[in-house]
Structures are given as C-alpha cells and as structure tokens.
Design a protein around this ligand. Structure first.
Ligand code: GLY
Ligand code: MN
Length: 370
C-alpha cells in the first residue's frame, strides 16, 4: 500500500527546508540535483526535479519512473513530463503562481538556469539558501548505518579482489574485478569511476585505469567505493607487489603518519583547515610538501564529494555527525604515488574511523601469483 504521508524523516527534512525558505520570504524552491531531491523526498528517479512550496511537493519526472514514483512519493504530486525537463518545469512552476523561485545555481547547468529565466514570466529567480547542503553534512543514525554498509561492501570486495590479482593483469581487469565483487555484495554502482593505477599512473591523483600491467615490484593504487541505498563509501589503499623500494617505504610511512596525525586531530569544533595543516606539515617535514597536491579530504554521503571540504580552503569547523574522508598522498610524477584514504565520522570528543582495512606497511606488501 503506497504511503499517503511521507516518513517522519522526510517530514522533518522538508520542514527544515520550508523554515529556511520562510525566513527568506521565498515561496518556492526548485531542487534539480538528484542526491538533494532523494534526500528530501526519497524519490530515486533520475533526470527529474522537485518543486517545494509552503504547502506542496511536486515531483517532475517521466514515464520511466512511474512505478518508483508510485512507491516512493505517493504522498506528493507527480507530474509526468512528455517534453524536455526544462520546458515542463516552466509549465509546472508557472501553474503554481509565485513571484520568487529559489534555485540551486551551483548544482544546475547554465542552460537550465537560462531556460528558466527565459521561459518564466513574472517569476524572479533567487539563490536558494545553503540549507540542504548543510543538512546533508550531518548524518543521522540511519544514514551512518547505511554508510557503514557501503564501507563494509567496499572493504569485503577489496579483500576478495586482492586474492585474484595475477602478474600480467591490467589496471582495467583489476577495476572490473573490484566492481564485480562490489556488485556481488549489493553495491548498485561504483561510488565513482574506480581508480586502479600502476606505477607512473599512481602519480596521478585521479588516474584513469588503462592497460598497464601488474608486474613483480610494481605499486598499485586502488581508490574505490560502493553505493548502498544511495550512500557511498570512498577508500584508498596503495600496495606493492613482492617488495617495496626503500624510497617508497619512507613515502608510505610519511603518508600513513600524516593520515594518523590528521585523524587524531579530528573532533567537533576543530577547523577543517587546521586538520589539513597537520597532515600537510608532516608531509612537508618528510621533504615532500610540494608533492601533496590536493586537499586532505571531503564530505561523503549521497554524493562522493559533498560539503564540507576538509582542506586549507575551508573556514568551516568540524561538527559532530559529519563524515569526511582523510586522504593524504605523495605523488612523484613519472614514477608513482601513495595515497591512503579512510572514512571518518566526527564526534563531540574525537572521531570514529568507519573503515577498517589494514593500512600497516606490512599489509601494503602483497604476494601475487603468476
Ligand atoms: N575517491 C575519489 C576522490 O576522492 O576524489
Ligand atoms: Mn576521496
């Protein structure tokens, strides 16, 4: 039997958004970012949008998601579009008269924004308050449980994949095996394009897997995650086949200690930029300051990269309930790189590392059969 009322969780989330809109005297909000409308309504269809007013919620979708709409948002109005999304959005918005409409310009294409501007008459577009992103930063007990599942699936798949590595396999084969093992365990899709990078490719923080082959003495960087009930995990481990060169032993230890120091500093009230600085300072002390070329981490949840940014760029403080990745790395162009990444829950008096895969130097040297 379809629900005629949203769950308590959805009701509370919608009420918080409506409160923020009321405070700014905004009568309507258009949410076109999939993770945001899923968070606010539970609707899983893609290429859709949700219009929220003080009294109503309208899901604008298409025939592909008819049964999803029936099951997930029977309590809302549903508009099945026949034309393209933007022109139907114009129709729906125009039929629920409002003089101001909030949009999330940072999560919308310029083309959509321009089409709305052109198509709507008598409606002024204003920026949505950052409420939804802020709400999504702090995970509820239910969200944490789901994220735990996404982490367990990724970890178990990784362990299974490690056992199957053979000399001569390509990065793409290893990525395929990892994704297969995640799917077998219930991941609906990889959390992002899985990274499997051998030797010089590992020097690229966002390497694309290709045809480099596993050989004795090579390094392999894995950065992967699962998606379970919409929530994502994001982990990185770097391993060495057979043995580890002394230079990379020192690099591995530098990255590991940097990550541990950063994690030890994580608790509610601490500045993101201070945690980033702790990790960065250790890597600089080891002589590789210039080779840690990205922020320390990012918020994780329905999107693989979401607010907050755990980096020098952020002036935010950590808040209990946030889940952030902690992923320092050292990259030597043309040679290789080491990154270690875990998913960490911020708490009032410290933090909880949600991922449990070993990251000791010993665990980083693996035996691979021919
Ligand atoms: N795991 C991919 C990233 O954090 O960018
Ligand atoms: Mn990450």
């Amino acid at each position: 039997m379809p629900r005629l009322k949203p769950s308590k969780t959805i009701q509370n989330r919608l009420e918080m958004v409506r409160q923020a809109l009321r405070q700014k005297s905004i009568p309507a909000l258009l949410v076109a970012h999939r993770a945001d409308y899923f968070y606010l309504t539970g609707f899983t269809g893609e290429d859709s949008a949700v219009l929220i007013t003080g009294r109503s919620v309208t899901v604008i979708t298409d025939g592909r998601f008819e049964s999803a709409a029936k099951k997930e948002v029977a309590w809302s109005k549903v508009h099945f579009r026949r034309g393209d999304l933007t022109s139907e959005l114009v129709k729906v918005i125009q039929s629920s008269p409002c003089q101001r409409l909030a949009i999330q310009a940072d999560k919308m294409t310029v083309a959509t924004r321009d089409a709305l501007r052109k198509g709507l008459t008598g409606v002024r577009l204003v920026d949505a308050p950052p409420t939804i992103s802020q709400m999504r930063e702090r995970k509820s007990a239910g969200e944490l449980k789901t994220m735990d599942n996404a982490i367990r699936v990724a970890e178990s798949a990784y362990r299974a994949m490690l056992k199957t590595i053979r000399i001569g396999q390509t990065e793409l084969e290893l990525a395929a095996r990892l994704e297969y093992e995640m799917k077998r365990r219930g991941s609906t899709e990889p959390a992002f394009g899985s990274i499997v990078a051998i030797d010089a490719n590992a020097a690229l923080p966002h390497a694309v897997p290709g045809n480099r082959r596993v050989k004795s003495g090579c390094m392999i960087l894995f950065d992967w995650g699962a998606t379970v009930d919409g929530y994502r995990s994001d982990l990185t481990r770097t391993v060495f086949v057979g043995s580890i060169p002394s230079k990379f032993k020192a690099i591995y230890e530098a990255v590991l200690t940097s990550q541990k120091k950063a994690i030890a500093a994580i608790r509610a009230g601490v500045r993101m930029s201070d945690v980033d600085a702790i990790a960065r300072e250790h890597i600089a002390d080891c002589g590789y300051g210039e080779r840690f070329t990205h922020g320390l981490g990012h918020g994780l949840g329905l999107d693989v990269h979401e607010s907050p940014s755990l980096s020098w760029r952020s002036d935010q403080k950590l808040v209990a309930g946030m889940v952030v990745t902690v992923e320092p790395g050292i990259y030597l162009p043309g040679v290789g790189g080491v990154r270690i990444e875990d998913d960490v829950r911020v708490m009032g008096n410290g933090c909880q590392v949600m991922s449990h895969l070993s990251k000791s130097l010993k665990s980083a040297v693996i035996d691979v059969a021919r």
